[in-house]
Design a protein around this ligand. Structure first.
Ligand SMILES: [Zn+2]
Length: 475
């Protein structure tokens, strides 16, 4: 069995205190060996559908596949994929991270190698594991990360009803290793994609033989089958044209120098190997709750708070993804009038990543998940209104807002610009204009309602968000 080791990254920039954070890298037991049963089922279903004359792809999908084959004849398949996950609701931050790629090490021993020459995989893994976060079990419970078809096709296998809270490697619950899943055969009549570990009773009501479009809902991310935490196992197999003879071989869709299965990217828009970003920015009242929920236990995050009083301590925490060599991070606080707080104390960070299984891990070393924390004691005369907690990670600035003496109402007119947020406990009314500038990023949050009256304009290029989670409900 593989083991996870936590390793601490040292950042010269900070004077850190270290604490262990869970790695966020879920284990998935779907090796080629463990996929045998489902491949057999897929084979039988394809043969059955062919016999019944039900494998009729849409002509436009067949045409796209033919066109792709002409454009990139060196590719192993003529299907291109969109990202197989989509958040159910609008998200302020990143909602996923890639835990494992396919294992492209062919030496036959216990070594591993991903498409980039790194070791973000495990021995015999034939798919891509995409984790969700930063609170994976809370997301699993909410079912708020949806799995979607990566390309158009026909469902050739589906299964639902299995327990979806597996976390104990030695005690997997369910009638199969594979959990709840959907498998799609695509319009080249050769490529199949597998979507594994889905949430109980979340699987699409469509049945084997039904058509799906690219981006169509298939289920929600969970931890059914051989899995130790919520993630999607997405797998691409090819050579199913004549499944009686060939049960399919796996293909790694990411293009990179160590991918011997494909010389081109099979994504319509390939994501980078390292994708630095922010999972969440938070403020806490009192000592911060750490998310220690393993398995499907309830999540205790009672310290999360967006509304403060003078003299209280504001504890700040940001969950960062993919720290690589050369990354830079800084943060600070702005008062409601825009002035900066001079010193924010108590910085801590934590970092975990997978230690190489063997060999020299010189490629792709990164801290996958780590925390940046700080605290600030509000003075007795702290300014009333909305404060801004900002983090600059590799020149991308992200903001989180909290209030001091939550205002009841606020109204705006004229021009608003820059990165600004407003939180009130009752209503926000606005006739303001936000011009077409990507630096203009304005957020309105009110407990009761946000009223945009005639005259309000938000032009293309700006970012405007309004919601009704204000300083009381948003705590
Ligand atoms: Zn997997």
């Amino acid at each position: 069995m593989r083991k996870l080791f936590s390793v601490i990254c040292l950042f010269a920039f900070f004077n850190p205190t270290f604490a262990q954070e869970n790695s966020g890298r879920q284990l998935c037991g779907l090796t080629g060996e463990n996929m045998k049963g489902i491949r057999q089922q897929v084979k039988e279903n394809i043969l059955m559908l062919k016999k019944q004359g039900k494998l009729q792809f849409r002509q436009q999908d067949i045409d796209i596949a033919r066109q792709t084959a002409l454009l990139e004849p060196q590719a192993p398949i003529s299907i291109r994929f969109i990202w197989p996950l989509r958040p159910k609701n609008a998200e302020d931050y990143r909602y996923y991270h890639i835990g494992n790629y396919t294992d492209l090490d062919s030496t036959g021993n216990a070594c591993v190698r991903d498409y980039n020459g790194g070791r973000r995989t495990y021995d015999g893994h034939q798919g891509i594991d995409i984790g969700v976060g930063p609170y994976s079990w809370a997301r699993k419970k909410a079912g708020d990360v949806h799995v979607v078809a990566a390309a158009a096709g026909i469902i050739v296998e589906r299964h639902d009803g299995e327990f979806d809270g597996n976390c104990d490697w030695d005690n997997i619950t369910g009638t199969t290793n594979r959990g709840n899943h959907v498998v799609i055969l695509h319009a080249d009549d050769s490529t199949v994609t597998f979507y594994m570990h889905l949430k109980t009773n979340s699987v699409t009501s469509k049945q084997v033989g039904d058509q799906v479009q690219a981006g169509e809902y298939l289920g929600a991310v969970a931890s059914s089958g051989r899995s130790t935490g919520p993630h999607l196992h997405f797998q691409v197999n090819t050579s199913w044209s004549d499944p009686d003879d060939d049960k399919g071989t796996f293909v790694e869709p990411f293009s990179g120098s160590f991918n011997y299965t494909s010389s081109v990217s099979l994504w319509s828009n390939q994501k980078p190997y390292n994708e630095p970003g922010i999972y969440a920015m938070e403020t806490h009242l009192g000592s911060m709750d750490y998310y220690t929920a393993n398995c499907d236990s309830s999540v205790n995050l009672n310290s999360l708070h967006n509304s403060f009083q003078p003299n209280q301590v504001v504890n700040m925490r940001t969950h960062l993804l993919d720290w690589v060599d050369g990354s830079q991070v800084s943060f600070g606080l702005l008062r409601p009038d825009g002035s900066a707080v001079g010193t924010v104390a108590g910085l801590t960070n934590t970092c975990s990543y997978l230690t190489p299984v063997c060999g020299n891990n010189s490629v792709g070393v990164a801290c996958r998940l780590f925390l940046l924390t700080g605290s600030y004691t509000l003075p007795s005369d702290a300014q009333q209104g909305t404060w801004t907690y900002w983090v600059n990670f590799n020149n991308n600035i992200t903001h989180h807002y909290f209030t001091v003496d939550c205002l009841a109402t606020q109204s705006f007119s004229g021009t608003q610009g820059g990165h600004r947020g407003y939180i009130v406990s009752n209503t926000i009314t606005s006739t303001a204009s936000i011009s077409s500038n990507s630096n203009n990023d304005i957020t309105y949050k009110a407990d009761n309602y946000v009223l945009l009256s005639p005259g309000f304009v938000a032009t293309q290029g700006c970012t405007f968000t309004a919601n009704t989670r204000g300083c009381v409900n948003g705590n």
